[in-house]
Design a protein around this ligand. Structure first.
Ligand code: PMP
Length: 395
């Protein structure tokens, strides 16, 4: 412990649990980070699906430095024309279906959710919101209202009225979407639930039901977006186009940035009755947008999603060799290694950490290891992981 940093962390920095991981971080590079004692960790979680191009990518760092030299915050979102914001919005839209053509920048995933819920209510004139059991969309009040876990939300009641949970992947529940529903918010691959996947047919039926009832489909791609699942966006796996797309996490290239994206005709309702229907001071911060743009260029110029499935498959083969693994659920590099036993999971997590492999668990699935490495993972990294795991270890 240097300069009692950990002691001060525990004393002055508000804690989210009684058991933080508590590694004193010194620096990070590529798929690695290093603690203040010089110990190296392989980061198999990437800040929970954030650092898709790895840590400290030189192109992102240089772009950020260049922007810092020009200007930082100037004015609340939406008033001044700022190049990094405009370029990021244009570039993003160039990879999206024509109906996703207007980008509203915010600071985080939760804020993207808040904006989308408000937009849905305002556009449809309805107020019923539907979500999935075991959904996670963030921790603010609106996002909490559409969280699919009672234990986590009950303490904060009352939340938004007129919200309704349906079961993930169960076709018969789609009838609960009616002409009273403003929107259904979905994770196309459920994250905190422990990587849960539904069929193409299911998603197409869900979209069809939305169309029949004029219900907006909000796709929360805060975790699945930007290449993580083997496509730039997860909705591409299912041949559906959401009405509102949510981005966060990797979108800022390591800086805080979120967005909700829709057709201009929807987005327009936020400009009147009332004017300034959604306000953010820092949303679309120029430095964050510059980082996001550099990151998006790296992802798309290098077709990073093409590396995802082969690496995911190989990582899965390696993790099957760990004792007591009962099931692996995976889409690209979004992976749950399920021991179907909490104790075994946490014991394995500790052993991995000791060996210098950093991973995590899932909020609603504490029997499974969570693996979401940077998308730059390569064969040498895999070999290093395998050696760490099985030489003098799980053999
Ligand atoms: N939606 C999903 C699917 C998420 O995984 C998260 C974050 N884990 C959020 C929303 C909330 O994002 P943030 O923590 O940036 O508010």
């Amino acid at each position: 412990m240097k300069n009692n940093l950990t002691e001060k962390f525990l004393k002055y920095v508000a804690q989210t649990s009684d058991a933080p991981v508590g590694i004193e971080v010194d620096r990070a590079q590529g798929i690695y980070f290093y603690d203040t004692n010089g110990k190296k960790y392989i980061d198999l979680i990437a800040g929970i699906a954030v650092c898709n191009m790895g840590h400290s990518h030189p192109e992102i760092i240089n772009t950020v430095k260049e922007q810092l030299d020009k200007y930082m915050h100037l004015m609340v979102y939406g008033e001044l024309v700022q190049q990094p914001q405009v370029e990021l919005a244009e570039k993003l839209c160039s990879f999206l279906p024509a109906s996703l053509n207007s980008v509203f920048f915010v600071n985080s995933g939760s804020e993207a959710v808040e904006g989308a819920l408000k937009l849905s209510k305002r556009y449809t004139g309805r107020n019923e919101l539907i979500y999935f059991d075991n959904a996670y969309h963030g921790s603010t009040h609106g996002a909490l209202s559409v969280m699919g876990n009672k234990a986590f939300k009950t303490a904060f009641h009352p939340l938004l009225p007129n919200t309704k949970a349906i079961r993930f992947g169960i076709e018969e529940d789609l009838q609960l979407i009616t002409d009273k529903t403003a929107a259904i918010i979905v994770e196309l691959i459920q994250g905190e639930a422990g990587v849960r996947i539904a069929t193409v047919e299911y998603w197409q039926k869900l979209k069809q039901r939305c169309d029949e009832t004029d219900t907006l489909l909000i796709a929360d791609e805060i975790q699945t977006g930007l290449g993580r699942t083997g496509k730039l966006f997860a909705f591409e796996h299912y041949n559906i186009t959401p009405d509102i797309l949510l981005l966060g996490k990797a979108f800022g290239g390591g800086m805080p940035l979120g967005a909700f994206i829709a057709d201009k005709k929807l987005m327009h309702v936020l400009t009147h009755n009332p004017v300034l229907g959604h306000i953010t001071t820092f949303g679309g911060h120029p430095v964050c947008c510059a980082a996001g743009l550099a990151h998006l260029k790296l992802i798309t110029d290098n077709d990073m999603w093409k590396n995802v499935e082969p690496m995911g498959e190989k990582l899965e083969t390696i993790f099957w060799k760990i004792p007591n693994v009962k099931e692996i659920r995976r889409k690209g590099l979004m992976i749950a290694i399920d021991f179907q036993d909490t104790q075994t999971n946490f014991k394995t997590l500790d052993t991995l950490l000791e060996k210098g492999i950093f991973s995590d668990w899932f909020l609603w699935c504490d029997t499974a290891l969570r693996i979401a490495p940077p998308l730059i993972l390569n064969e040498e990294h895999l070999e290093e992981i395998e050696n760490l795991l099985f030489v003098n270890f799980f053999q």
